[in-house]
Design a protein around this ligand. Structure first.
Ligand code: TRP
Ligand code: SF4
Length: 328
C-alpha cells in the first residue's frame, strides 16, 4: 500500500528555538519515518506581512533549513524545498482564486485577528487576504492527505478542504481533501517564564552554543516565592521545573529535584545544574550539526535543489490535471 502523503510549511520569520524543536520538528521527524513527507519554507507567506521590508526573508530561509537538518529532518526521507522556487504553487493559486468566494476568505478567523495583532503593518492587501488560499494551493498541489499544523492553522486546512471540494464539484475529482494532523506543543517556557517566543527575547535557539545555553539558564526565572536560598520552593509554579519535565528523567526529579526544592535542601542554582546536565547532551549535538552544516552551504543548496526537483515532478502532474479539468 502507498504511504500517506504529508505536507507542511513554516514561514521564515526567524531562527527556530526549543519550542519548535519539541513541537513541530519532533513531530516531523516521526512523520518522515511513516509518510512520504514534503516540508517547505513558505517565503511567499512571509512576504504577506513583511512586504515593506523583505530584507530578512532570504537569510531566514537558509537558517530555517539549517535548523531542520540539524534537528534530524532527513533529506533522504523527506523532500525539502523553498516555496518561491515553485511557481507551480502560484499558478494553482491563480486558478483556485477564480472559484473562491471572497466571503470564505474574509471569515477565516486568523484574518481579522492578525490584522488587529499587527497594527503596525498595513495588511489591507490582496496578498494578506489570500494567505489561506495560497496555503491551500501549497497543500492540494501535492495531493497531501495530512497536514501537521498547530491549532491556529486548523481553519486554514478547513478552508483548503472546502476549496478542494468546490473544485471537484465544479470540474472533476482531481484534488484531495486533506486532514489537519494537530501538533501537540508541550509547555516550553522561555527564560522569563512566559511562553518561549523569539519576540519576547526569552528563547533558547537551536543555534545557541552550550555556553550560551548555560548563560541563559543560569539567570532564568524560578518560583517567585523562593527569594532566598533557605526559602522552600514549589516546582509546580516554577518554569525551570517545566524544562526539567522535558529533559530530566522522572526518577531523578522525584527523588532529588522536587524534594530538594520543597525542603530547600537544594538551591535554584543547584537545580539548574541538574537541568543543564540533562539538557546539554540533547541540545549540543543539534548545535554541532548545525555549525557543521553552516560551513557547507553547497551541501544545503544541493539538498534544496534535489528537493525542488522532486517536488516539481509531483506539482507539475497535479497542475496538468487541474488545467485539463478547467478546460485550459
Ligand atoms: N501558514 C503556515 C504557518 O503560519 C505556514 C504554511 C504555509 C503552511 N503553507 C502551508 C503550513 C501549507 C502547512 C501547509 O505556519
Ligand atoms: Fe525552581 Fe528548581 Fe528553584 Fe525549585 S529549586 S524553584 S524547581 S529552580
Amino acid at each position: 500500500m502507498a504511504k500517506g502523503r504529508v505536507l507542511s510549511g513554516m514561514r521564515p520569520t526567524g531562527r527556530l528555538h526549543l519550542g519548535h524543536l519539541f513541537g513541530a520538528l519532533d513531530n516531523w521527524r516521526k512523520l518522515q519515518e511513516e509518510y512520504e513527507c514534503f516540508f517547505f519554507v513558505a517565503d511567499w507567506h512571509a512576504l504577506t506581512s513583511d512586504y515593506a521590508d523583505p530584507s530578512g526573508i532570504k537569510a531566514n530561509t537558509l537558517e530555517i533549513v539549517l535548523d531542520w537538518l540539524a534537528a534530524g529532518i532527513d533529506p533522504e526521507k523527506a523532500t525539502l524545498f523553498v516555496q518561491s522556487k515553485m511557481p507551480e504553487h502560484a499558478e494553482l493559486h491563480v486558478l483556485l482564486s477564480m472559484i473562491t468566494p471572497l466571503p470564505w476568505l474574509e471569515r477565516v478567523p486568523t484574518y481579522k485577528e492578525q490584522m488587529q495583532e499587527m497594527k503596525d503593518k498595513d495588511l489591507n492587501t490582496y496578498g494578506f487576504l489570500g494567505y489561506p488560499l495560497l496555503q491551500a494551493a501549497d497543500i492540494v498541489i501535492y495531493k497531501a492527505d495530512s497536514v501537521p499544523v498547530g491549532v491556529d492553522q486548523v481553519p486554514h486546512v478547513e478552508l483548503c478542504r472546502e476549496i478542494a471540494r468546490r473544485f471537484n464539484f465544479l470540474y472533476k475529482p482531481v484534488l484531495v481533501e486533506p486532514q489537519a494532523l494537530l501538533t501537540e506543543f508541550p509547555k516550553i517556557p522561555g527564560t522569563d517564564g512566559r511562553k518561549m517566543s523569539k519576540s519576547y527575547g526569552n528563547a533558547i535557539f537551536l543555534a545557541d552554543s552550550p555556553e550560551v545555553v548555560e548563560a541563559k539558564i543560569k539567570p532564568m526565572v524560578t518560583d517567585p516565592a523562593r527569594k532566598r536560598r533557605f526559602d522552600p520552593g514549589n516546582p509546580d509554579v516554577c518554569p525551570v521545573y517545566d524544562l526539567h519535565k522535558i529533559f530530566t528523567p522522572k526518577e531523578e526529579r522525584d527523588s532529588y529535584v522536587v524534594p530538594g526544592c520543597r525542603t530547600a535542601a537544594i538551591g535554584c542554582l543547584d537545580c539548574k545544574g541538574v537541568l543543564l546536565k540533562h539538557m546539554l547532551p540533547v541540545v549540543t549535538p543539534v548545535y554541532e550539526n548545525r555549525l557543521e552544516l553552516s560551513r557547507k552551504p553547497e551541501r544545503v543548496q544541493g539538498i534544496l535543489e534535489e528537493g525542488t526537483a522532486r517536488a516539481k515532478r509531483v506539482a507539475k502532474e497535479t497542475l496538468a490535471e487541474v488545467r485539463e479539468a478547467m478546460a485550459l
